[in-house]
Design a protein around this ligand. Structure first.
Ligand code: NAD
Length: 258
């Protein structure tokens, strides 16, 4: 363990999409804080590699969040090898960019299947176990697009708005069992996803619309995930925290000299 103060000592966590970007940063942060960490990702080789680099107890496995059988198998294996899951982070996600009138049904379905249905299936499988045991924390990764549209992100924004509603519904239904359900709404963060999706004009436009004037780092999102995963947020449920440099708070920033 390095750099942590044991805030997740004795806890077991499962992070979908944990082999890259935000999920990987969250896995590292949780591990530093003493959690046993399971990384479940479509990409088995990267899951194993990422888990192998963690200092504490860790497990890397292949699991497609679109497949209930694979989720169930992954959850069973994590609980058998690392113990009952106390913290779930649903981070697996994909994006497709383009105008709504040109969006193909297969792309629309793919984005909704991974981002929204995948979150539902994973949170349901783990949520059932948490309810039986009377506690747990689920953290769903939404987006600034959960609440506000950004041009050319149609299926993506719809899927993330759905994640916000799913988070509210699960917080409502699971709360009596002591299960907290929250989310994070990251603004643009430097990860392989944004490196692929954001060209120079997009990056400039974001920087100009964000009060802090820059992209966030995966570690800044991981710190917020740690808060929601740990007992420091023991009375927080049904809340999606913006980690967006102020983007959601802003109407319009005028250029200098305006
Ligand atoms: P990323 O591409 O670096 O990582 C996403 C991971 O999800 C990859 O490892 C990928 O293999 C995995 N994945 C994709 N489909 C999967 C599936 N069907 N089953 C299991 N795993 C699957 O992207 P990222 O930027 O780290 O994004 C992570 C999450 O954060 C996504 O939900 C994304 O929408 C959200 N998000 C990212 C940003 C950003 O600026 N990077 C902003 C807001 C929200």
């Amino acid at each position: 363990m390095s750099g942590g103060s044991g805030r997740l000592r004795g806890r077991t966590s499962l992070i979908t999409g944990g082999a890259s970007g935000l999920g990987l940063a969250i896995a590292r942060r949780f591990s530093e804080e003493g959690a046993a960490v399971a990384i479940a990702d479509l990409d088995e080789a990267r899951s194993l590699e990422a888990a192998g680099e963690l200092d504490g107890r860790a497990l890397g496995l292949a699991s497609d969040v679109r497949r209930p059988d694979q989720i169930e198998a992954a959850v069973e294996r994590v609980e058998r090898e690392l113990g009952p899951i106390d913290v779930l982070v649903t981070c697996a996600g994909i994006g497709v960019v383009g105008p709504i009138l040109e969006t193909r049904l297969e792309d629309w379905n793919r984005v909704l299947d991974v981002n929204l249905t995948g979150t539902f299936l994973t949170a349901q499988a783990v949520g059932r176990r948490m309810v039986e045991r009377g506690g747990g924390s689920i953290v769903m990764i939404g987006s600034i697009n959960s609440r506000r549209p950004v041009a050319l992100r149609n299926a993506y924004a719809v899927s993330k708005a759905g994640v916000l509603m799913l988070m509210w519904i699960m917080a409502m239904e699971l709360g009596r069992a002591g299960v907290r359900v929250n989310g994070l709404a990251p603004g643009p963060i430097d990860t392989p996803m944004t490196q692929a999706m954001h060209g120079e004009p997009t990056r400039r436009a974001y920087q100009e619309s964000i009060p802090l004037g820059r992209y966030g780092t995966p570690d800044e999102v991981a710190n917020a995930a740690l808060f929601l995963a740990s007992d420091e947020s023991s009375y927080v449920s049904g809340h999606m925290i913006d980690v967006d440099g102020g983007f959601d708070a802003v109407g319009m920033i005028l250029p200098e000299g305006a």
